[in-house]
Design a protein. Sequence first.
Length: 188
Amino acid sequence: MPEVTRLLDAAAAGDRRAAADLLPLVYDELRRLAAARLASESPDQTLQPTALVHEAYLRLIGPAEGLRWDGRGHFFAAAAEAMRRILVDAARRKRARKHGGDRRRVELRDVPDEREVADERLLALDAALTRLAAEDPVAARVIEIRHFAGLSIEDAAAALGLSRATTYRHWTYARAWLRDAISEAGPG
C-alpha cells in the first residue's frame, strides 16, 4: 500500500499522471463499495456502480486546492463522502418539481412505491446525518464511512485516527441517534 499512498500524495499535489496511475490500484475496491451501496437503493436507480465510481473519483482528484489524504483509509473515507453526496444529489434531482417531483403515481393497490420509499429513506438519512454532524461530527463521520464506504470498524478507526473501541462506541451511539431522529421525522 505504500504505492497507493505515494500516488495519493502526488495526485493531491496536482500530478495528473499519478491520478491516472492511482485509478487502477483503487478501482476494484471503489467499484465494490459503489455496488454494495447501490444494492440498497431503489430498483429504478439509473446510476450504475461504474458511473458512481467515476463521478466520485473525478470529485476526489478534481481541481480542489489543498486536497491531501493521510493514506488509504482517509482516501476511502473521502470517497464515501463523495458517493453519499452524489446519491443525495441524484435523489434531490428526482424529487425536483421540473422532474415531476410534485406528482404522485396513483396505483390501483395501496402499496407504496418502492422507488419513492428508497429515495425518502436516503433523504431522511442525509438530513439526520447533517443534524448529527452538528452535534457529534466524529459519530457522523463513522456512520458515513461505515454506511457509504462499507469500511469495517477497524478500517474506519484507522481512517479517523481513533481506537477500535472508541470508533465502535461512536458507531453504536450514532446508529441509535439516527434511528430515533429518523423515526421522529415520520413514517418510512
